[in-house]
Ligand binder design. Structure first.
Ligand code: ZN
Length: 309
C-alpha cells in the first residue's frame, strides 16, 4: 500500500502580508522559501516559509488578504499547527515570546512532550513541541542559532465531532498508525518525525468554525510521487467512497484535494520537484516567482500586489 510519510505543508489565511512576513521570518526565524501569487487569484500573494531547502514537512504557506475578517475556530477545522524545537530550546523560546510580546500560554505536557502554545498576529494557534534527538537541518538567523531553531512541523491538531471517520482516512489511505490516546485526543503518526502526527481532538457538539484570518485553509500530506498519489486517491475512492479532485500543477509539487469526512480540506502533494525549480537554493524567496502562464502579466501583477518593504 502507498503511504504518506507525513504532512507536506499547511496553508493558512493571514491579513496584513507585511506583518505575516515579519512574524514568520523574524520572530520565528523560518526561511522565506518562496514569494509567489495565489495561482487562482494572482492579485494575492502566496508566501511559503520553511527550512533551508523548503523540505516537505517544514512548509507553512499563507494567502495574506489585507482586509479579511478573522476566522473562528470550530469543528471541522485545524485547531493548532505545531513546530518541532530541540528539547533544550524551550527556555530560549519561552523567553523570546515574552520579550517580543507574542501571545502565549504556559507550557503544558501532551503525550510526554512539553508543548508551548502561542498565537501569530492573526490569532492563528501555533505551538512549539520540545523534542529530544532532532537531527534535521535548521535555518538560522542573526538571533536564532541552529541549536534552538525550529525544525519543521511536529504535527497538526484537528477539531472533529467524532474521530473515527477522519481516522479512517489517516489509517486506510495514508497508512498512519494510532500512537496515543487520552480522553479527548487521539494521535496518529506517519513514518516521518518532521510533520509526522495528526491529533484528533474530539469536540462533540461544538460549533463549526468559519474561515478567515488566522484559519488553516488545508493540510497537505506527502506523496513520494505521482504513482503514490494516484494509489492514495484510489484507496480513498475504493475504501471510503471519497473522490479527490483531478491533479493540479502547483509548480513546486502536484496536488489533489478532497474534504475529509470530519470537514477539513486535505491535499495530497508530491515531494517533487520542490522549491529550487525556478530559483537557486541560495536565492530562495528573494524575488517574486510566477508560474509560466502568468509571466506575460508580470507587470500588471506586480503593480497590484501590496509593497512588502
Ligand atoms: Zn496546499
Amino acid at each position: 500500500m502507498a503511504r504518506s510519510a507525513g504532512i507536506h505543508h499547511v496553508t493558512a489565511i493571514a491579513s496584513d502580508p507585511r506583518r505575516n512576513l515579519d512574524f514568520y521570518t523574524r520572530v520565528l526565524g523560518l526561511r522565506f522559501v518562496k514569494k509567489t501569487v495565489n495561482f487562482d487569484d494572482p492579485s494575492t500573494y502566496h508566501f511559503y516559509f520553511g527550512d533551508e531547502e523548503g523540505n516537505p514537512g517544514t512548509i507553512l504557506t499563507f494567502f495574506p488578504w489585507s482586509h479579511v475578517a478573522p476566522g473562528r475556530p470550530g469543528v471541522g477545522q485545524t485547531l493548532e499547527t505545531a513546530f518541532l524545537i530541540p528539547e533544550e530550546a524551550l527556555g530560549f523560546w519561552t523567553e523570546r515570546l515574552i520579550t517580543l510580546g507574542v501571545t502565549h500560554e504556559a507550557p503544558t505536557r501532551r503525550f510526554d512532550r512539553t508543548v508551548l502554545p502561542f498565537r501569530d498576529p492573526d490569532g492563528m494557534r501555533l505551538a512549539l513541541v520540545a523534542t529530544p534527538g532532532l537531527v534535521g537541518k535548521a535555518w538560522t538567523t542573526g538571533d536564532i542559532p541552529a541549536e534552538v531553531a525550529i525544525r519543521g512541523f511536529a504535527g497538526v491538531t484537528l477539531l472533529v465531532d467524532r474521530p473515527e471517520p477522519t481516522a479512517a482516512v489517516l489509517t486506510e489511505v495514508f497508512g498512519f498508525v494510532e500512537a496515543g490516546r487520552t480522553e479527548n485526543l487521539v494521535r496518529y503518526r506517519g513514518e516521518a518525525e518532521v510533520g509526522g502526527y495528526v491529533d484528533l481532538r474530539i469536540a462533540g457538539g461544538f460549533l463549526p468554525g468559519t474561515m478567515g484570518a488566522g484559519s488553516v485553509h488545508h493540510v497537505a500530506f506527502r506523496a513520494a510521487g505521482d504513482a503514490d498519489q494516484a494509489a492514495m486517491a484510489k484507496a480513498l475512492r475504493e475504501k471510503l467512497g471519497i473522490a479527490a479532485t483531478e491533479q493540479k500543477e502547483r509548480n513546486y509539487f502536484r496536488s489533489v484535494y478532497f474534504r475529509e469526512p470530519g470537514g477539513v480540506i486535505f491535499e495530497i502533494a508530491t515531494d517533487d520537484p520542490g522549491f529550487a525549480i525556478d530559483e537557486s537554493l541560495e536565492a530562495l524567496g528573494t524575488s517574486l516567482k510566477l508560474p509560466p502562464f502568468y509571466e506575460k502579466d508580470r507587470e500588471r501583477i506586480e503593480a497590484v500586489l501590496p509593497a512588502l518593504d
